[in-house]
Design a binder for this molecule. Sequence first.
Ligand SMILES: Cc1ncc(C[n+]2csc(CCOP(=O)(O)OP(=O)(O)O)c2C)c(N)n1
Ligand SMILES: CC(=O)[C@@H](O)[C@H](O)COP(=O)(O)O
Ligand SMILES: [Mg+2]
Length: 634
Amino acid sequence: MLLPNINDPEQLKTLSVPELDTLAEEIRRFLIEKLTVTGGHLGSNLGVVELTLALHYCYDSPRDKMIYDVGHQAYVHKILTGRQDRFDTLRKKDGLCGFVKRSESEHDVWEAGHSSTSLSAAMGMAMARDLKGEDNKVIAVIGDGALTGGMAFEALNHIGHERRKLMVILNDNEMSIAPNVGAMHNYLSKIRSDRHYLRAKDEVEGLLRRIPAIGGKLAKTAEKLKDSLKYMMVPGVLFEELGFTYLGPVDGHDIEKMIETFHQADNVSGPVLVHVLTTKGKGYKPAETDFYKSHAISPYKIESGQSLKAVGNPMYTEVFGQTLIELGHEDQRLIAVTPAMPGGSGLFPFAKEFPDRMIDVGIAEQHAATLCAALAMEGMKPVYAVYSTFMQRAYDQIVHDICRHNANVMFAIDRAGFVGADGETHQGVYDIAFMRHIPNMVMMMPKDENELRHMMKTALEYNDGPIAYRYPRIDGTGVALDPELRVLPIGSWERLRPGDDYAVLACGPMVQVAEEAAEVLKREGIQVGVVNARFLKPLDNTMLLELAHAGTSMVVMEEASQAGSLGSAVLEFFSEQEIYDARVHLMGVPDIFIEHGSVKEQRQQTGLTVEALCARIKAMKALSKYTYKTTSTS
Ligand SMILES: Cc1ncc(C[n+]2csc(CCOP(=O)(O)OP(=O)(O)O)c2C)c(N)n1
Ligand SMILES: CC(=O)[C@@H](O)[C@H](O)COP(=O)(O)O
Ligand SMILES: [Mg+2]
């Protein structure tokens, strides 16, 4: 057994290639076993075992900078840099992060979670290195999925122009989370499969060099001919034209070949792109054969890869997917757009039913938003199905292309609120704050999956501009679903419980928390009203005025950034109305990044629990007595 003794990259360099191969197999077994308990990004990591070994064998981390795009495929890097014994804590509270994390190790030089940032990071580090007169290597490892992201293209454009020395490793497994899509993907597939492309690049270029230079009139024609031959026969010519030296394709499970290629790359003075072919899930059948199982999985049975997650109520995501089919039958103009998350967004059933009406644009949140704007302006009914966290990428497109045009785009914002194990890079807690202030936007959040269905119907029937519904990454409440879909009056809230002294204005899953807290407090003799603040914009002004005029003390509770979300909107309303004595307390996500753990732990950490709400109301009660006493005696 080599693995338990390999705790730093220096030890790795003493191994022979056969020993590295043995180590690769041991690492694979280690990951497959450990992740049965913790879950995690299994397939992506199994695919890069040899690649990561070859990198650490050839380069000196952390002096040489290894930058992993997305950072979900860095488990092997973590094992090789002294974190093997922490894998039982993977993605758990205070445990090993599922992504690259600078606070964990000096070998983690760049953090991510969102995709396609690695090339810009590599360029920045290479520039800094040159400006400081240093000579370390800079290496970005980017997957074929992440390469579909706009930022990656922007960086390729810059790197190819500047021609600084750095290495891009394109880890091509033909998969994003779902099978990869797009013209670049088609181009890479061609390189993989076309035997002409697989000819040794040197051989072809040598041949071309041997065609004698011809002077005079024929020169131009000959050069054109050479160019055409090159285009036909040299793999990766697109990257070459962009200013990179292209090396590959190389078998990403052959350590010796990769070491050879990296040495070759070291002799190139400008940017190099090494095209590495890997298999996602390599070495674990369930992950190799089922792409759902090959990406982010929950704990599983080792023999079958079958999930051990207890079967609960259908998730909001599933209810969304099923309801979309109903609406798709109702309105032929409805079309779903996803930036690379067809499975996670629950769109596969819709795609099966309406294969021409589901568009996966790749990791292209910005493009997806503008595409939806244009579809809407031409009379279609686009649903932009997107995770809250990834929608952050499309802020300008939402303002500039969707809201300014007042385009009838429906936003299905999944993973709104805490997401659990993915942690701080993926929390869906900012979208209310960065969307509600944009003119024309309407925003909703359902208290349960039944209401989600009504919101979807409401959005479809709404023809006055953009409208969003956001829902969490959790199981639904199990409520019975109305077969009849209803249109909700825009800006209407629901009073679920009466209570004149205190009222909790809650949205989404916090409504249930508020109801439970109200029950607890009722037993203690405190009557608390509960309002389902299901429209985040526009607010229910009438209800707010009623509450203020009744002298009700309000708590606004939301699993969203406290700054700028629903609570802020309520305060703004009272300020606009010049109602300065409304008593409003905010309970939201504080001004810190919330790390990985379970959703329950994340709620505990931020005080979004029944206990914390009860405590807050009791404190308000105590304070109001005091305030009352002092004012009445003065
Ligand atoms: C901006 C953004 N959009 C979507 C995602 C979700 N996502 C995470 S990994 C991934 C697929 C990446 O594919 P690839 O880079 O080829 O890596 P692989 O898992 O195949 O190794 C996607 C779509 C993300 N992390 N960031
Ligand atoms: C790395 C990444 O961004 C995705 O793989 C993400 O972890 C998926 O999240 P869900 O499990 O919520 O679909
Ligand atoms: Mg891939």
